[in-house]
Design a protein. Structure first.
Lengths: 117, 114
């Protein structure tokens, strides 16, 4: 089965530093997403991205966050100035041509565990 | 706003016994419902999904789920649990009104006793 790949699997950073989390979605997918899971809490939607722009974002996704598809294969999440509360597992996901409003399957990566010290 | 409740935080079941995980949702239109499993150190793997049609949905690894609109439920079942089923299970809801996002429940951690 095709896979979404995330790197690194773990990242430790100091508060106030910028981090970039990287994802390689499935090659023919058009919709890309970031979710996060703070330890002991629910998996939360952050942002969806389609046609080189954000299609939806949650309240969590404030000005400290940005996403980019710098080339034909990578999809990145940048946190400009990390806070302690940004510590979480960040999941990248992708889906096919119709997105989730059609009968599409959402594929998740294995996540990047971000620890902000 | 949509929401998902998984009432059981932990469930312990003996190997070979049956398993049922509860999921209740709140959604203002026809829901799309999903069950995902997360093994330690792994990502979220889709077990099954309901979009329309038959309300009893078969998934991978011997799991099934039944959509009951009248009860706003989408409970997951497996007749005979294997030790490898020990994991965390998440129910999620989406749909046309939700756009391209899923709302997840808090998860149920399943422990399997030998």
């Amino acid at each position: 089965e095709p896979e979404v790949t995330q790197t690194p699997s773990h990242q430790v950073t100091q508060m106030g530093q910028e981090v970039i989390l990287r994802c390689v979605p499935i090659s023919n997918h058009l919709y890309f997403y970031w979710y996060r899971q703070i330890l002991g809490q629910k998996v939360e939607f952050l942002v969806s991205f389609y046609n080189n722009e954000i299609s939806e974002k949650s309240e969590i996704f404030d000005d400290q966050f940005s996403v980019e598809r710098p080339d034909g294969s990578n999809f990145t999440l940048k946190i400009r100035s990390t806070k302690l509360e940004d510590s979480a597992m960040y999941f990248c996901a992708s889906s096919g041509t119709g997105g989730l409003t059609t009968n599409e399957k959402l594929f998740f990566g294995s996540g990047t565990q971000l620890s902000v010290l | 706003a949509q929401s998902v409740t998984q009432p059981d935080i932990h469930i312990t079941v003996s190997e070979g016994a049956s398993l049922e995980l509860r999921c209740n949702y709140s959604y203002g239109a026809t829901p799309y419902l999903f069950w995902y499993v997360q093994s330690p150190g792994q990502g979220l793997q889709l077990l099954l999904k309901y979009f329309s049609g038959d309300t009893l949905v078969q998934g991978i690894k011997g799991f099934e789920a039944e959509f009951k609109r009248s009860q706003s439920s989408f409970n997951l079942r497996k007749p005979s649990v294997h030790w490898s089923d020990a994991a965390e299970y998440f129910c999620a809801v989406g749909g046309m009104a939700a756009g391209n996002k899923l709302t997840f429940g808090g998860g149920t951690r399943v422990l399997v006793k030998p």
